[in-house]
Design a protein around this ligand. Sequence first.
Ligand code: CUA
Length: 334
Amino acid sequence: MNQGKGFWESLPLFPERASTLASEVDTLYFFTVAVAIFFSLLVAALVLYFAVRYRRRHPNEVGQPEKTITWLEITWSVIPFLILMVMFVWGAKVFFIAFRPPSNAVEYYVVGKQWMWKFQHPQGKREINDLHVPVGQPIKLTMTSEDVIHSFFVPAFRIKADVLPGRYTTAWFEATKAGAYHIFCAEYCGTEHSRMGGTIHVMEPRDYEAWLEQDAPTDERLLSGEELFAKYVCNTCHYPDSSARAPILYGIFGEQAELADGSRVLVDENYLRESILNPTAKIVAGYQALMPTYQGQVGEEELIQLIAYIKGLEPAGGGEQTASGGSTAQETAP
Ligand code: CUA
């Protein structure tokens, strides 16, 4: 991994570039720094030059009255404006790249906790402070915290995103070379903040598959989303049988739900999370506020399992409407 490093990467100031985003971020950064250096030197040189050129030559010399030169005023206003617009548009472009995971990204879950990072693979495998991923695969991280605010920072990938209690935030990356890359917590979160870190192990896809196959020395097994759905008896209300008193959950993810107050809401991770923990916050039109709160009963990792399970519920049959309709007609269970 240390061979073939470019000049910039060999400087201790510049971390390794190991994701598709890294060169985008660095190029913009170098451009901004180059512009700043150029104008700083220009201003410094002119200060010195003018100090000498327009120095006072004899004791009773007085200054000339100022002249306004319109073309000069316009030039030195327009040029900085154009340069700043380049920085703004370029920065916005990189921002959108950084915050929009590609549609083929595979979703991993991250739970921050004083003072560790817990990961879950799409296949269900779990890790603490180590995350194994395949090279060349866009990976979306859906992240939350069990306690205070943390921040997930991987310098080699040029990604950093706050990890907040009570909601989901996301980040994404596509690793470009195999290796081990440091994870930091970039938000002060208590005594052991500085030691809250980990390693992302980027592997060749074949090695990753082999690694997934290995039996993980898992501590206690977490119940799957489906098992949790049964454990918390969600299924007694959320199955579309004759006595169902709750919205059908099949195929709702990513759709709009119509609420009792007439507004609409996108069914995403944060909405599902809120609806589990605080069900009365947003009542789907046509239903009553019957559901008990699961605040304090369902942990963050269980929430992630439940949400992943609900996301995976395909719409039943064809042409069926989502659970948000609020009609009393219940379709048959898939
Ligand atoms: Cu977690 Cu700092």
